[in-house]
Each structure stands twice: as structure tokens, then as C-alpha cells.
Write a protein that binds this ligand. Sequence first.
Ligand SMILES: Cc1cc2nc3c(=O)[nH]c(=O)nc-3n(C[C@H](O)[C@H](O)[C@H](O)COP(=O)(O)OP(=O)(O)OC[C@H]3O[C@@H](n4cnc5c(N)ncnc54)[C@H](O)[C@@H]3O)c2cc1C
Length: 410
Amino acid sequence: MRYDVAVIGAGASGITAALFAAKNGARVTVFEKNAEPLKKLLRTGNGKCNLTNSSIDINEYVSSDIDFVKDKMFSFSNNDLIHFFKTLGLMTKDKNGYVYPLSEQATSVSAVLLKEASIYDIRIKLDSFVNLIDKKQDRFLISVEGDKKRYEFDKVILSTGSKAGLIKGEKENGSKLLNPFGLSFKPFVPGLCKLKLGGYDFETVKGVRNEAKVSLLINEKVVKEEFGEILFWEMGVSGICIFNLSNHCAGKYNNNDKMTVRIDLLPEYDDAGFEEFKEFALVSLLLNNEKSIRELLNGFMKDKLSDMILDLCNIKHDTPVSDITKAKLFEILDRIKNVTFNILDAAGFESAQACVGGLNTNELTNDLEIKAVPGLFVTGELIDVCGPCGGYNLQWAFTSGVIAGEKACC
Ligand SMILES: Cc1cc2nc3c(=O)[nH]c(=O)nc-3n(C[C@H](O)[C@H](O)[C@H](O)COP(=O)(O)OP(=O)(O)OC[C@H]3O[C@@H](n4cnc5c(N)ncnc54)[C@H](O)[C@@H]3O)c2cc1C
């Protein structure tokens, strides 16, 4: 029997699911609310599409069930994905684990996927916002906004993604489409996003970048550490390493947990190296007593950051170094190595690259079919799985698309 399969959402996971269902004999129709398919994929990796990672550590995913993620990744791994793209004629390159198309153009990835979709006669209905999925006996009925017709299918794959990266005014109803089936869904919270911090007027350091070691502390306990470039924005701090910390803050912004971010602005120095550095700074202080403390600090750090540190230490920027005691100097240096801010909130969904939360994994079979609704499958970010930066989320989108697509056709 040849099944009629509907895929809701022409994103990375939906197009992949459509391909694998069609390759295995299904007649596939994809409904996409936007006027073009794979719109988000074109924005990924700054337009270069970081499609996977060559050394994925599954434990870095945030999910209510890591074993569930492990199991799925085993079925279709990063190497399987690279091989799959090779068979479509897409070559890749590896930059410190981050895997991109060799062309460094996301359009190369979307082009091979859409070409394959056309080879397998997959129908992509654009400008089609699905607002209801209904099940009558063994058949699914799909309603599209502004369209009186009800579309009938044997199987449905729901691939509507999350609220992350939505453009202002763009509609999102993935979780609502699941509502009629009474499933448990962890509300979406922005992941891979900038953090809003308290305790300083960040407008003064907006746009400043610096290498840093950043640590997330929850109730004074370090739960995650990352190295990399940070970027201050008007309400706090951003950068890939901060994005990765933000995944671990999700769900904790409004409860009683105390969340802080600790920033080491001199990550080049380990503990022993830093003790030597302090002694060197002390010599510098003695040799340069005609300078201000700001001028002394500018010998080794960015002026706006040294101003921030002095403000946090309540020291005037133009204080002569002759007025700075050894103890005061060491206090300033310790602050540079260890500046801590309270985390107030995540930046909104629009600037997030992913969402933490989604459909509870225990609602799903191994094949990503909803246990309570046979014939209805779910993929991608709509499931409670969120990875760090570096190709983890597209890998999950592709992996889940392959699994659901292969099963939905039989
Ligand atoms: C700016 C940005 C950069 C990113 N960079 C990377 C990166 O380099 N590497 C990486 O691994 N991940 C990256 N991500 C994350 C990655 O893009 C997502 O995890 C991935 O696209 C999720 O795939 P998906 O299929 O679940 O959802 P999506 O790709 O979001 O696709 C969902 C599709 O469903 C459609 N849709 C939604 N609701 C309906 C409806 N009711 N009816 C019809 N259609 C509907 C949407 O329009 C969309 O096309 C980035 C995200 C953003 C926002």
C-alpha cells in the first residue's frame, strides 16, 4: 500500500522527513506557512549553515531524556549525515569540529535538499498555515488557514519547529496543534541566546568583545563552564559561550534559584600564572606612579572594560596609581579575573537560535510516533531536545527527520 503522508513545516527536519518518507514509497505533501521552504536553514551559521559537528558529545544536549537522544543519534549519526549529503553531491568542510558545506553557503544545502524533493515528486504547498490536525478513525484531516478544503492523509509528520528565531509578527502554533491530543509539553523557553544581566549599565560596554572563561553558577554552584569570545550588548552579555550557558538557565529565570554568570577577562592565565601576573602588575604600578589607575589597566585590557571594573570596585577612573595600595590593586585584578553578575532573564525568542522545552520525549515511541496517536509523528525542535552551538541542533533536526520519515511510510 502506498501511504499519503503530510509533513507540516518545510524546515530542516520536515524536508528531511518528507525525503525519507518519499524515498520509501510514500506520496508526500509538505505544508509550509512561509512563501519559501527552508527559510530558517538559510540563516543558520551566519548564512554558512553549520550542519553538524564532527565530535558530537550527546551529553551536551539539554533534554528530559538524554538516553532518548543517544538512541536516535545512534540510528542516524553525524557521519551518516555527512555521507547522506555526499550522496546528494554536497561536500563538507570541518572547522574545529564545526561542519559546513564546502561552499560555505547555506543555499548549497537547501538546493540539494529541494532538488531531491523534486526528484521524489514531493509536493510543497507554500503560504499554507496549518491550523488544525484532526483524526477521524485511521485518517488525519488537515485544515489550512483561509482554505475551506480539508486535506486527508494516512500519516502526519509534525515538523513546525519552535519559537526561536521567529521574525516579528511570524505565527507559531506547533504546540497548539498538539493540544487536542492532550499531551505533556514543556513550555518553550529561549535557548542559545543572549543573557540579560543586572548590576551594571551595560550600555557603556555595548559592542565590546573579549576572550573570556564564563561560568554559570546556580545557587553558588558552578553548573557549566565555557571558553570563547564574549560580546557585551546593552542589557548584558552575548557570544557563543554565553549562548551555551543560556541552555542551562532555561526554566529557572522566574523561580527562586539564584543564577549568576562569572566572567574571567584574563582567561590566558591559570591560577599560578595569575599570581605571577599580579606581581608583575605590582612592579608596573611602582614604575608608573605618574599614571592614573585607568591608564595602568589599559596596558593590558580594553579601556571600556577597565572602566567597568573600576566602576564595580567603586574607584574613580582618574585615581593616581600613587593612591592605589597593593591590596587595592590586587582587589582590582581579582575582579578582572572574576567579575560576577546576576542573571535576570534571557533575551527574547526572536534573538534565540533554539528553544529549550517541547513535547515530552516520553510521549514518543522509538520511531518518534506519538504513542497515544498512532500515525502522528513529531520531529526537530518541537521535541524537548536542545543542543549547544556547533551544528548540534541541525543534526538533531536531520536525525529526527530521517527516523520519522522512514517510519511514516510503512
Ligand atoms: C539565526 C539562527 C542560526 C542558527 N544556526 C544554526 C547552525 O549554524 N547550526 C545548527 O545546528 N543550528 C542552527 N540553528 C538552529 C536550527 O536552525 C534549528 O534547530 C533547526 O532549523 C530546527 O529545525 P526544525 O525543522 O525543527 O524547525 P524549523 O527549521 O524552524 O522549521 C519549521 C518550519 O515549519 C514551518 N511552520 C511552523 N508552523 C507551521 C504551521 N502551523 N503550518 C505550516 N508551516 C509551519 C515554519 O515556517 C518552518 O519553515 C540556528 C537558528 C537560528 C534562528
